[in-house]
Each structure stands twice: as C-alpha cells, then as structure tokens.
Design a protein around this ligand. Structure first.
Ligand code: NAD
Ligand code: UDP
Length: 334
C-alpha cells in the first residue's frame, strides 16, 4: 500500500518523501509545482502532477494508488501574502481540504497527517504554548489552517476519517548531505534570507521590528530541523495505523531564539559579516512563539536529533553552498 504525499515537491514534503523512502515505504506524490520542484522529489516515489482541488484528477490518483494514508503538505504558507490576499489562502488551503476529504471519503481512505502551524495559536497568552491553548490566529494563513483542522474534526465525527494535526513552529535546515533543501521564490523565511545575505545575493537583512515585548525587542521563534519534522510525520502515520484516535501535536524544540540571536548564530556558522538593519514590524507577526512539545515526545515517541540552532543553520548553509541557485528550475523568476 502507498503513502500519498500531497505537496511532496515542496521544502518539507520533499524531506518527508525522502525519509519515507529511506524507511522502506511505498510513496506516491501529488504536487502542482506551484511552489515546489520536481527535482526535489526522491526518484523512487511515483509523481502525479496536478492540483489537490481538481477532484477528477484526485479521484484518478486514488483509483491508481492503493492509499493507506495521506500526508498533506500542499498549501500556501506566506503570512504577509495572506494578509494581502486572504481569499487565495482560503481557496487553496481551506477549500482544498474540503475537496481532498470528499475524495478520501469516496475511496474509504481513513488516515490523514496534516501540516498545521503555530500560526493557528496567534499571539499566545503564555509560552510555551500547549496544544490545548486557545487558537486565535492573527493572520489569514493561520485562520485558513485552523479551519482545515476543524473541517478534519467534523469529517472524523461524520465519516471516521482520523487525522493527526502537526502544528509546526519554525522549520529550517536541509538534508545533511545537501542534496535537497529550501528553495522558495520569493524567499520570505528568516534563515534562508540570512544565508542569501551571507552568500552575497542580498545586500543586507531587514529585521522586522525591534520594539516587541521580548528580551532584545525582536520576535522570538522556536526552530525545528526539517528532517526531525519529517520523521514526526512517519510516527504520526504509524500512530493512526495503530488505531489511535485523532490528535494534535506541537512540533518545536521548546527553546526560543530571537531574530537577532538567529543572525548572530548565522554569522558564527558562516564566518560572514551578514549586514543587517532594523525595519518596521511585518503585519501579522506574533511577538513570541515557543512550543511545548513534550506531548509529541511522550505520545508519538518523537526524538528530534537537532537541539542546536547553529547545527540547523549549518545544514541550510551546506545546501546553500552546494546549490547557490537552488534547484535552478525557475528560469528568470526572482
Ligand atoms: P512549500 O511551498 O515548499 O511546499 C508546498 C508544496 O505544495 C509545493 O510543492 C507546492 O507546489 C504544493 N502545492 C501547493 N498547493 C497545491 C495544490 N493546490 N495542489 C497540489 N500541490 C500544491 O511549503 P513548505 O515550507 O514545504 O510547507 C509545507 C507545509 O507546511 C505547508 O502546508 C505549510 O503551511 C506548513 N508549514 C510550514 C512551515 C515552515 O516553516 N516552512 C511552518 C508551519 C507550517
Ligand atoms: N524576519 C525578518 N526579516 C526577514 C524575514 C523574516 O526579520 O527578512 C522575521 C519575521 O518577522 C519573524 C521571524 O523572522 O519575526 C520568522 O519569520 P519567518 O517568515 O521565517 O517565519 P514565521 O514565524 O512567519 O512562520
């Protein structure tokens, strides 16, 4: 039976596909390549190019593949873009989930592991954030993902489709051998932008806001390595296969790093000066996001290997240096 990975050509999805194959799973990938890269998909996976919202296409994929479970990464995930164009997010992310669950229900597929996000919590009242804390998103991206969690909840009650929602905090790093990594156009995430400055592709880093209620005034985030994150999906799939009920887990390190601390760590890892300037706050950014992630460790048996942001940055720098133009498949696009 196959594990169907939606969004398997993307940054996190490609690492999950790679880990699934390394662990002996039979893997099929659906991706429309809107932000993903064909070259990122492990060649041992079968690849179907198409859109999750295209019900005819998805029904065909589920006819061809004997799907034991779905891992769903396919979504838009850029907070500032979601502030400017929320409907794009509710269409691709939220409406996409409705279409997907219809097809899963029709084909009697009962397991889904879902990429949720810390952005569903919004501005937390306390840190570290527990899974039971209120989910009050501060941006449409987080709202679109919270709605997806709720749609899965009601589909579980009505149709018995069991889900695990994995609420990632900040994902960074790359496969240690440097063969796959993060390549977004345009890039919006902090770590790859810092490394673009280190590589001389940008003049300077803009740090968005230094007047937050944090020790150095810049936002605090909790970083998790992409390979550790990928492994959590496999544990979640096995958890559902063991017959457990639907559940939600934070995936983070339980340690916060400010944007300034990330810059300093990257300067140390790369040995580059990495010029930086302070810039206004970015709309929709919560001040501090730190996960309580003992539940994933206790219940799923998740044992992340990376507990040091410098080690995480080192793997991203390795990818950056070995692939200065990323996958180099976007022509003249920025
Ligand atoms: P990504 O953009 O690299 O990957 C998403 C993949 O899904 C891409 O390959 C894209 O082409 C594909 N896709 C998007 N919409 C599709 C559709 N309608 N049909 C088929 N394919 C589609 O993003 P990523 O950074 O790998 O993130 C993956 C998931 O993790 C997203 O759902 C995101 O919300 C979630 N997430 C990411 C982070 C992070 O720090 N990167 C943090 C929290 C949650
Ligand atoms: N950030 C920044 N400059 C950049 C990109 C990001 O200061 O060029 C900050 C951003 O405001 C946030 C943190 O880095 O405080 C992490 O942002 P990212 O987009 O990587 O992830 P998010 O926390 O939004 O999921």
């Amino acid at each position: 039976m196959a594990v169907l990975v939606l969004g398997g050509a993307g940054y996190i999805g490609s690492h999950a596909v790679d880990r699934l194959i390394a662990k002996g799973y039979d893997v099929a990938v659906v991706d429309n390549l809107v932000t993903g890269h064909k070259a990122a998909i492990n060649p041992k996976a079968r690849f179907y190019e198409g859109d999750v919202r295209d019900t005819d296409f998805m029904n065909e994929v589920f006819d061809w593949e004997n799907v034991e479970g779905v891992i769903h990464f396919a979504a838009f995930s850029v907070v500032p873009e979601s502030m400017k164009d929320p409907l794009k997010y509710f269409d691709n992310n939220t409406a996409g989930m409705v279409k997907l669950l219809e097809v899963m229900h029709k084909h009697d597929v009962k397991r889904i592991v879902f990429s949720s996000t810390a952005a569903t919590y919004g501005e937390p009242k306390q840190v570290p954030i527990k899974e039971t804390d209120p989910q009050v998103p501060t941006n449409p991206y987080g709202e679109s993902k919270l709605a997806m969690e709720k749609i899965m909840h009601w589909s579980d009650i009505a149709y018995g489709i069991k889900f695990v929602a994995l609420r990632y905090f900040n994902v960074a790093g790359a496969k240690p051998d440097g063969s796959i990594g993060e390549d977004h156009h345009p890039e919006t995430h902090l770590v790859p932008i810092i490394l673009q400055v280190a590589a001389g592709e940008r003049d300077q880093l803009q740090i968005f806001g230094d007047d937050y209620p944090t020790p150095d005034g810049t936002n605090v985030r909790d970083y998790v390595h992409v390979v550790d994150l990928a492994d959590a999906h496999i544990l979640a799939l096995e958890y559902l296969k063991q017959g457990h009920d639907s559940n939600a887990f934070n995936l983070g390190s339980s340690t916060g790093f400010s944007n300034k601390q990330m810059l300093d760590a990257a300067r140390e890892v790369t040995g580059k000066p990495i010029p930086a300037v302070m810039a206004p706050r970015r709309a929709g950014d919560p001040s501090t996001l730190i996960a309580a992630s003992d539940k994933a460790r206790d219940v799923l048996g998740w044992a992340p290997q990376y507990d040091d942001v410098k080690e995480i940055i080192k793997t991203a720098w390795n990818w950056k240096q070995s692939h200065p133009a990323g996958y180099n498949d976007r022509g003249g696009q920025a």
